[in-house]
Structure formats: structure tokens, C-alpha cells
Design a protein around this ligand. Structure first.
Ligand SMILES: C[S@@+](CC[C@H](N)C(=O)[O-])C[C@H]1O[C@@H](n2cnc3c(N)ncnc32)[C@H](O)[C@@H]1O
Length: 185
């Protein structure tokens, strides 16, 4: 599978009202987020899910939005400020090592990886790092696009996650997607 990050201009479409007709963040996220939670939004793009994550997490919760593209993070901050949610959202630039997440070990109640794992060059290193951040009882929702990611490639990805210590706890139905809810074993 080729590894590339999506162009920043695709971020505008992914975060648009048209996309919400297919992937409504509130419907998708409602089962998972409770007030006060600490949430990790991996590859937020232009805040497709970030703002609703922050709304569900409430005034005592926080969202860490971590992306490899500065332009995406700038848009997350702009949109968060416009929505009056910037105080609940922290952006982080993901680098080549895991240092950006060093202080998050065991602190994340819910992590979202929506349409981004296929862009990650080393899935094993990615899942190992994310697993280290998950708090007791925490979950990771992995969602991949059917049009980009074959059933075989997806199975390999989830197999990698299982090998490094996640187990599947649910397989939620999300339109046009392959999705699993994972928890540390
Ligand atoms: C296809 S977009 C999906 C954006 C958003 N999650 C959505 O569903 O609309 C993929 C995003 O993941 C980011 N990304 C790619 N590799 C990443 C990595 N290793 N860590 C964090 N973000 C990454 C890209 O920069 C891009 O913003």
C-alpha cells in the first residue's frame, strides 16, 4: 500500500457539510464520549470530528488533535476558535518519533483514528504508541475508507493492532467504511 498524507485541500471537503450527510460526527461519536474525558483525535484533518469531540467532552474534558500537517492543525485552531472551543482543544504536530505523545501515557479515555491509519507508514509503531496512551478502560476507534482500503489490507491493519495488544470489542457500522472499536487486552 502506498503511504502518503492526504493533500490539505482535501481537508476542506472532508470537513464540509456534504461529508456530514454521510458521516455525522454527533451520531458516530455519541456512544463513546462522556463529559470530562481526555480524547485523542489522530489525524484530525481540518477538524472533521474535533469540534464535536470537544462538545461531548464538555468543559471539564479536553481534546488533543495530533496531525503531521501544520496546515491541518492551523485550520483546527481556527475552527475551534470560531466555535468558542479552543480552550478545550490542544493541537500537536506529530513528528518522526513518538515524543509528541510522551506526556500522554495512560491518559487517553478515547482515541479516534478516522480515515488516517492507511496514511501511516509504520502501523506497528503507530499502534504501539497509541496503545501506550490509552487509560484503563479506554478505547480506540479505527475507521478506514472502503474505497481506499481493501478488506485484505484492513484485516492486516487490525491484525497488527491485535499483535501489539489491542482486542476488538465492537464493530460499529459506519457508512462506506470498515470500522472496529479496540481496547487494550
Ligand atoms: C484523509 S485525512 C482524514 C481527516 C479526518 N480524520 C477525517 O476523517 O475527515 C487523514 C489525516 O491524517 C493525517 N495524518 C497522516 N499520517 C498521520 C500520522 N502518522 N499521524 C497523525 N496524523 C496523520 C493527515 O495529515 C490528514 O490530516
Amino acid at each position: 500500500m502506498a503511504h502518503h498524507v492526504c493533500h490539505w485541500w482535501i481537508g476542506y471537503f472532508l470537513a464540509s457539510p456534504i461529508r456530514r450527510l454521510v458521516h455525522n460526527p454527533r451520531t458516530i461519536l455519541a456512544p463513546y464520549i462522556r463529559p470530562g474525558m481526555t480524547v485523542l483525535d489522530l489525524g484530525p484533518g481540518m477538524a472533521t470530528f474535533t469540534l464535536d469531540l470537544a462538545r461531548f467532552a464538555g468543559p471539564t474534558g479536553r481534546v488533543i488533535a495530533a496531525d503531521v500537517q501544520v496546515h491541518m492543525l492551523a485550520q483546527v485552531e481556527k475552527r475551534a476558535a470560531k466555535a468558542g472551543l479552543l480552550h478545550r482543544i490542544e493541537t500537536r504536530l506529530v513528528g518522526n518519533n513518538g515524543s509528541w505523545a510522551g506526556d500522554l501515557a495512560g491518559k487517553i479515555d478515547f482515541a479516534l483514528a478516522f480515515y488516517m491509519v492507511h496514511e501511516v507508514p509504520d502501523a506497528r509503531a503507530f499502534f504501539t504508541l497509541v496503545r501506550s496512551t490509552i487509560a484503563p478502560g479506554g478505547k480506540l476507534l479505527v475507521v478506514e475508507p472502503k474505497f481506499h482500503v481493501s478488506a485484505r489490507a484492513y484485516a492486516d491493519t487490525i491484525d497488527t493492532a491485535r499483535q501489539i495488544g489491542f482486542e476488538i470489542v465492537d464493530s460499529p457500522r459506519i457508512p462506506r467504511s470498515r470500522s472496529v472499536l479496540l481496547a487494550p487486552r
